[in-house]
Design a binder for this molecule. Structure first.
Ligand SMILES: NC(=O)c1ccc[n+]([C@@H]2O[C@H](COP(=O)([O-])OP(=O)(O)OC[C@H]3O[C@@H](n4cnc5c(N)ncnc54)[C@H](O)[C@@H]3O)[C@@H](O)[C@H]2O)c1
Length: 316
């Protein structure tokens, strides 16, 4: 949510007309996605005497949903949560699946809980005011789900994002419906990410490292887009067709996302910070085609060679 100051607890007029409701308004800034903010929300809940039934209504992008969801998960050992996502990324992904959390220092989402929203309200009209870069950021996640699911309707969407207007609204609606349907099926099968749900990290191993390597000049969605290409290049060793990386790159270009890494950005040193590192090796989620994906634990020496190959394609 957008506000003039980071914390506008008891913002005058914000909850006007909502009986007995309180409001906590925060700026969507990763530096404020902290235990301290969760504590301020708890204080507001205490002031409003929120009981176990809640409900807490979280409205905003993925950042606000994560921190508000975490406050709801922990208040009175869990109160009912209603989610109102207002960014494309949140409408196609973050609003569903129950992951809530806050950062601890630079460690993203280090403290958290699984606490699914009981109700999700999707309103594409919110996206009319979304900056273009945020639209593209969400589109990177749509592409990820198109690859994972092999859903032809989603693949068609990745050709281009229509200009603002009715066609774009319809693009948003289809993207949200199809992405959430696929995510719901994966989450139902593996709600606590002990197995199949790991596939949702497609593009994130290389993507997170690239995000850090560029000092966050690449946004999360832009970096994940490039991470999808890197994964497709690495996946050739595991049987992916040589053409897949090019197809993903064409989709990125069609949606206005970057297709090359900025000069000098080297993701290799940052790979070790990946949360899926065990005993020095990482589990990569690898696309073998549209709708076909596998996972592989890749030893560091091998990974260095494969990643260097992917980076050399992404530079040229
Ligand atoms: N829980 C999950 O499953 C999950 C999944 C993916 C990402 N995330 C988290 O989500 C966060 C990223 O979420 P995001 O991409 O939605 O970004 P965000 O929540 O940081 O919002 C991006 C920007 O858009 C603005 N904004 C929000 N709604 C708007 C609207 N309707 N009109 C105009 N501006 C609007 C915000 O103020 C902010 O400046 C990260 O913290 C990430 O860790 C969580």
């Amino acid at each position: 949510m957008v506000a003039d100051s980071p914390f506008l607890s008891q913002h005058p007029g914000f909850a006007e007309g909502v009986p007995q409701a309180g409001a906590f308004v925060m700026q969507a800034d990763e530096r404020l996605k902290t235990p301290r903010t969760a504590g301020l929300i708890w204080r507001e809940m205490q002031r409003c005497r929120i009981e176990r039934g809640g409900p807490v209504l979280a409205a905003g992008g993925g950042l606000v949903l994560d921190v508000a969801g975490f406050a709801a998960a922990t208040w009175a050992r869990g109160v009912r949560l209603v989610s109102v996502p207002t960014t494309l990324l949140a409408q196609v992904d973050a609003c569903l699946g129950g992951k809530t959390g806050v950062n601890l220092g630079r460690a993203k989402n280090q403290v958290g809980a699984f606490h699914p929203a009981e109700e999700i309200v999707i309103c594409p009209a919110f996206l009319d005011t979304l900056p273009e870069r945020e639209v593209r950021c969400g589109a990177g996640e749509v592409l990820k789900t198109a690859i994972l699911s092999g859903d032809p309707a989603l693949r068609e969407l990745t050709g281009a994002i229509p200009p603002p207007g009715p066609a774009r609204r319809s693009w948003f609606r289809t993207a949200s419906e199809r992405c959430l349907a696929f995510k719901a099926a994966v989450v139902r099968e593996d709600p606590f990410e002990r197995g199949r749900r790991i596939i949702r990290n497609l593009g994130h191993t290389g993507g997170h490292a690239l995000e850090g390597a560029t000092g966050f000049a690449l946004s999360h969605g832009e970096a994940v887009g490039l991470g999808l290409v890197a994964a497709a290049v690495v996946a050739r060793r595991f049987g992916a067709p040589g053409t897949l990386a090019g197809e993903i790159r064409s989709a990125l270009a069609g949606m206005g996302l970057p297709v090359t890494v900025p000069p000098g950005a080297d993701p290799a040193p940052l790979l070790a910070r990946d949360k899926k590192t065990r005993g020095g090796s990482r589990t990569w989620v690898l696309p073998l085609g549209w709708g076909r994906v596998t996972t592989a634990v890749i030893e560091p020496a091998d990974e260095a060679v494969l990643l260097a190959g992917a980076m050399s394609e992404l530079r040229g």
